[in-house]
Design a protein around this ligand. Sequence first.
Ligand code: GTP
Ligand code: MG
Length: 151
Amino acid sequence: VQDTFLCVKPDGVERGLIGEMIVRFERKGLQLVGMKMITPSRSLIETHYAEHRGKGFFNGICEYMSGHPVVAMVWRGVDAISVCRTVIGATNPTKAAMGTIRGDFGMQTGRNLIHGSDGPESAAREIGLWFRPEEITPASVVPCINKWLYE
Ligand code: GTP
Ligand code: MG
Protein backbone atom coordinates (compact mmCIF):
# COMPACT_ATOMS: atom_id res chain seq x y z
CA VAL A 1 0.00 0.00 0.00
CA GLN A 2 1.27 3.44 -0.95
CA ASP A 3 0.34 7.03 -0.11
CA THR A 4 0.54 9.67 -2.84
CA PHE A 5 0.21 13.44 -2.84
CA LEU A 6 -2.26 15.10 -5.21
CA CYS A 7 -3.05 18.78 -5.52
CA VAL A 8 -5.97 20.35 -7.40
CA LYS A 9 -4.30 23.35 -9.01
CA PRO A 10 -5.81 26.87 -9.06
CA ASP A 11 -7.42 26.35 -12.48
CA GLY A 12 -9.20 23.23 -11.21
CA VAL A 13 -10.50 25.13 -8.18
CA GLU A 14 -11.60 28.22 -10.15
CA ARG A 15 -13.31 26.12 -12.82
CA GLY A 16 -15.39 24.27 -10.24
CA LEU A 17 -13.83 20.88 -10.93
CA ILE A 18 -12.79 19.85 -7.39
CA GLY A 19 -15.65 17.37 -6.98
CA GLU A 20 -15.34 16.14 -10.55
CA MET A 21 -11.73 15.19 -9.84
CA ILE A 22 -12.25 13.72 -6.36
CA VAL A 23 -15.06 11.44 -7.55
CA ARG A 24 -12.73 9.79 -10.06
CA PHE A 25 -10.23 8.73 -7.39
CA GLU A 26 -13.01 7.59 -5.04
CA ARG A 27 -14.72 5.49 -7.71
CA LYS A 28 -11.40 3.96 -8.73
CA GLY A 29 -11.07 2.54 -5.21
CA LEU A 30 -8.52 4.85 -3.61
CA GLN A 31 -8.85 5.97 0.01
CA LEU A 32 -8.76 9.70 0.79
CA VAL A 33 -6.54 10.02 3.87
CA GLY A 34 -5.74 13.76 3.97
CA MET A 35 -7.25 16.91 2.48
CA LYS A 36 -7.10 20.67 2.94
CA MET A 37 -7.67 23.83 0.93
CA ILE A 38 -4.80 26.27 1.29
CA THR A 39 -3.36 29.25 -0.56
CA PRO A 40 0.30 28.27 -0.94
CA SER A 41 3.08 30.81 -0.66
CA ARG A 42 5.59 31.23 -3.44
CA SER A 43 8.28 29.59 -1.29
CA LEU A 44 6.13 26.48 -0.71
CA ILE A 45 5.62 26.11 -4.46
CA GLU A 46 9.32 26.71 -5.18
CA THR A 47 10.19 23.94 -2.72
CA HIS A 48 7.48 21.65 -4.08
CA TYR A 49 8.72 22.04 -7.67
CA ALA A 50 12.45 22.32 -6.74
CA GLU A 51 13.38 19.69 -9.35
CA HIS A 52 12.24 22.16 -12.06
CA ARG A 53 14.27 25.14 -10.78
CA GLY A 54 16.25 26.67 -13.66
CA LYS A 55 13.85 25.49 -16.37
CA GLY A 56 12.12 28.03 -18.64
CA PHE A 57 8.67 27.37 -17.21
CA PHE A 58 9.75 27.52 -13.54
CA ASN A 59 8.70 31.13 -12.94
CA GLY A 60 5.45 30.56 -14.80
CA ILE A 61 4.52 27.53 -12.73
CA CYS A 62 5.33 29.40 -9.50
CA GLU A 63 3.08 32.31 -10.56
CA TYR A 64 0.33 29.88 -11.58
CA MET A 65 0.43 27.76 -8.42
CA SER A 66 1.04 30.28 -5.63
CA GLY A 67 -1.29 32.90 -4.17
CA HIS A 68 -4.48 31.11 -5.24
CA PRO A 69 -6.44 28.42 -3.36
CA VAL A 70 -5.53 24.79 -4.11
CA VAL A 71 -6.76 21.49 -2.66
CA ALA A 72 -3.93 19.38 -1.25
CA MET A 73 -4.76 15.70 -0.76
CA VAL A 74 -3.22 12.37 0.20
CA TRP A 75 -4.68 9.23 -1.37
CA ARG A 76 -3.87 5.65 -0.30
CA GLY A 77 -4.04 2.29 -2.07
CA VAL A 78 -2.06 -0.51 -3.70
CA ASP A 79 0.20 1.17 -6.31
CA ALA A 80 -1.55 4.46 -5.52
CA ILE A 81 1.23 6.58 -7.06
CA SER A 82 1.01 5.11 -10.56
CA VAL A 83 -2.75 4.54 -10.39
CA CYS A 84 -3.28 8.23 -9.64
CA ARG A 85 -0.91 9.28 -12.45
CA THR A 86 -2.99 7.11 -14.80
CA VAL A 87 -6.24 8.74 -13.65
CA ILE A 88 -4.62 12.18 -14.12
CA GLY A 89 -3.17 11.55 -17.60
CA ALA A 90 -0.18 12.92 -19.49
CA THR A 91 1.44 16.25 -18.56
CA ASN A 92 0.26 17.91 -21.79
CA PRO A 93 -3.56 17.89 -21.88
CA THR A 94 -3.54 18.02 -25.69
CA LYS A 95 -1.77 14.61 -25.64
CA ALA A 96 -3.53 13.14 -22.60
CA ALA A 97 -6.00 10.34 -23.34
CA MET A 98 -9.72 11.07 -23.16
CA GLY A 99 -11.05 9.56 -19.96
CA THR A 100 -8.19 11.05 -17.95
CA ILE A 101 -8.62 14.28 -15.98
CA ARG A 102 -6.18 16.25 -18.13
CA GLY A 103 -7.52 14.66 -21.34
CA ASP A 104 -11.11 15.46 -20.47
CA PHE A 105 -10.72 18.96 -19.04
CA GLY A 106 -7.43 20.58 -20.13
CA MET A 107 -6.14 22.55 -23.11
CA GLN A 108 -2.49 23.38 -22.23
CA THR A 109 0.47 22.08 -20.21
CA GLY A 110 0.66 25.29 -18.19
CA ARG A 111 -2.97 24.79 -17.05
CA ASN A 112 -3.14 21.06 -16.42
CA LEU A 113 -5.49 21.06 -13.45
CA ILE A 114 -3.91 18.67 -10.95
CA HIS A 115 -0.55 17.50 -9.65
CA GLY A 116 0.37 13.93 -8.71
CA SER A 117 3.60 12.63 -7.17
CA ASP A 118 5.77 10.76 -9.68
CA GLY A 119 7.44 8.17 -7.41
CA PRO A 120 7.83 6.92 -3.82
CA GLU A 121 10.56 9.41 -2.90
CA SER A 122 8.67 12.43 -4.25
CA ALA A 123 5.44 11.22 -2.63
CA ALA A 124 7.10 10.99 0.79
CA ARG A 125 8.81 14.36 0.33
CA GLU A 126 5.65 16.13 -0.86
CA ILE A 127 3.39 14.65 1.85
CA GLY A 128 5.90 15.83 4.47
CA LEU A 129 6.05 19.27 2.87
CA TRP A 130 2.28 19.88 2.74
CA PHE A 131 0.93 17.93 5.73
CA ARG A 132 1.62 17.39 9.43
CA PRO A 133 1.50 13.73 10.53
CA GLU A 134 -1.74 14.21 12.50
CA GLU A 135 -3.46 15.46 9.34
CA ILE A 136 -3.12 12.01 7.71
CA THR A 137 -5.42 9.10 8.59
CA PRO A 138 -3.43 6.34 10.37
CA ALA A 139 -2.69 3.18 8.36
CA SER A 140 -4.68 1.22 10.96
CA VAL A 141 -7.92 2.76 9.60
CA VAL A 142 -8.68 0.28 6.83
CA PRO A 143 -11.89 0.77 4.80
CA CYS A 144 -14.32 -2.19 5.00
CA ILE A 145 -14.64 -2.17 1.19
CA ASN A 146 -10.98 -3.12 0.77
CA LYS A 147 -11.88 -6.82 0.81
CA TRP A 148 -13.92 -6.17 -2.35
CA LEU A 149 -11.18 -4.11 -3.99
CA TYR A 150 -8.22 -6.39 -3.26
CA GLU A 151 -8.13 -10.21 -3.28
P1 GTP B 1 2.93 17.56 -11.97
O1 GTP B 1 2.02 16.47 -11.51
O2 GTP B 1 2.33 18.93 -11.83
O3 GTP B 1 4.30 17.47 -11.33
O4 GTP B 1 3.06 17.33 -13.54
P2 GTP B 1 3.90 16.21 -14.30
O5 GTP B 1 4.61 15.33 -13.32
O6 GTP B 1 2.97 15.59 -15.28
O7 GTP B 1 4.94 17.09 -15.10
P3 GTP B 1 6.35 17.71 -14.61
O8 GTP B 1 6.64 17.32 -13.21
O9 GTP B 1 7.34 17.42 -15.66
O10 GTP B 1 6.04 19.27 -14.65
C1 GTP B 1 5.48 19.92 -13.54
C2 GTP B 1 4.50 20.94 -14.00
O11 GTP B 1 5.19 22.01 -14.62
C3 GTP B 1 3.50 20.47 -15.06
O12 GTP B 1 2.37 19.85 -14.52
C4 GTP B 1 3.12 21.77 -15.72
O13 GTP B 1 2.14 22.47 -14.95
C5 GTP B 1 4.43 22.54 -15.69
N1 GTP B 1 5.19 22.33 -16.91
C6 GTP B 1 5.97 21.27 -17.24
N2 GTP B 1 6.49 21.42 -18.46
C7 GTP B 1 6.02 22.61 -18.91
C8 GTP B 1 6.19 23.33 -20.12
O14 GTP B 1 6.89 22.92 -21.03
N3 GTP B 1 5.52 24.52 -20.20
C9 GTP B 1 4.73 24.99 -19.22
N4 GTP B 1 4.11 26.17 -19.39
N5 GTP B 1 4.56 24.34 -18.06
C10 GTP B 1 5.19 23.17 -17.92
MG1 MG C 1 5.79 16.09 -11.77
